[in-house]
Design a protein around this ligand. Sequence first.
Ligand SMILES: *Cc1c(COP(=O)(O)O)cnc(C)c1O
Length: 386
Amino acid sequence: MFRDELERLRLEHLLRVINDRTMPSCGNNSTALSRICIAGQEYINFASNDYLGLAGHDAVRETAKRAIDTYGFGSGASRLLSGGTALHRELEQRLAVFKGSEAALLFNSGYAANTSILPAIAGEGAVIFSDALNHASIIDGCRLSRAKTVIYRHKDTDHLSALMQREKGRRNVVVTDTVFSMDGDIAPLKELYDLCCEYDALLYIDDAHGTGVLGAGRGALAHFSLMPESRIIQMGTCSKALGSFGAFVVADRTTIDWLMNACRGFIFSTALPAAAAAASLASLEIIQKDPSLVKRLWSNRERLLKGITALGLDTLNSATPIVPVIVGGVEETLTAAERLKGKHIYAPAIRPPTVETPRIRITVSAAHTESDIDTLLEALAAVMKS
Ligand SMILES: *Cc1c(COP(=O)(O)O)cnc(C)c1O
């Protein structure tokens, strides 16, 4: 049965394969993720979420190594048993301050956070209003919650308002990505927040691609100058701009105490390695001390967008370092990605059913040089010409 399914996927060009990096074989000892080595070939990597180049940063690596020497590698148990360390606690305190809220709780991944938190804040009888383009982990969290899930059109607050009107009087939660991972556009948080106030709903935001990127690194709330309050629950990840691993939720103390008691992905899972918490701490400190990193990310993003626009290519509504480039249908997009690869540019084609409109998905980082970006633009120009 599985063989038939796999064959079907292969015939439809939908079979997924893993491209593991083989760093040392390119003879390059750099740990920067702005380069990727696959099967002995080096590419400029435009497919990493390491927005600030922190994954390979000296201080991040050294801090993680020191934590391994102090605590060992594995944490040995869940947080509620004996898996936590002073580093886990310190990271939670720092994240709460960074996000301007009272308290925080660590999770092992963004996926675990979303699939654990949504069931904990919206059970049977509740209604979750979810943006049509929300991340898969949110969709799965909604399913696990047993709440009624109502999908609103992407970023359409009029549609959402009409839908909320119908469910008045129930326990309501609005959930959204802050930055949408395939289109790179930003959710209208101010309007969403106003609707939540009007209908007395919770606002749950997934700031995976906003943390370290928007609002001078603090994330989407800071970007919109929204103040954290008990109605707002902020989730974020350490696995993207923080160049580390794991995830977190930030909210008022009572909400965090509840989540600690209710989230199955927190209670029944081994704690993050202390080294991961240490790496996240080092990254947070770098972001707060050195604003030039986030600035470089945005100036690189502007350079890229200017170049792509000059080529006459559509980038949908991208407003962030995630830049979709529309080059044609499925076949053209696959060919373009292949030709870019021939020019040592790694930028994957994303196709249906992952997205409706096929595109080359480019993510730019602070670790890219201006010449990296110019190389990409020249390659794109040549590929489009052919
Ligand atoms: C990446 C991502 C996640 C999952 O985070 P992991 O730490 O990789 O599990 C969740 N939500 C969004 C919007 C993401 O982009």
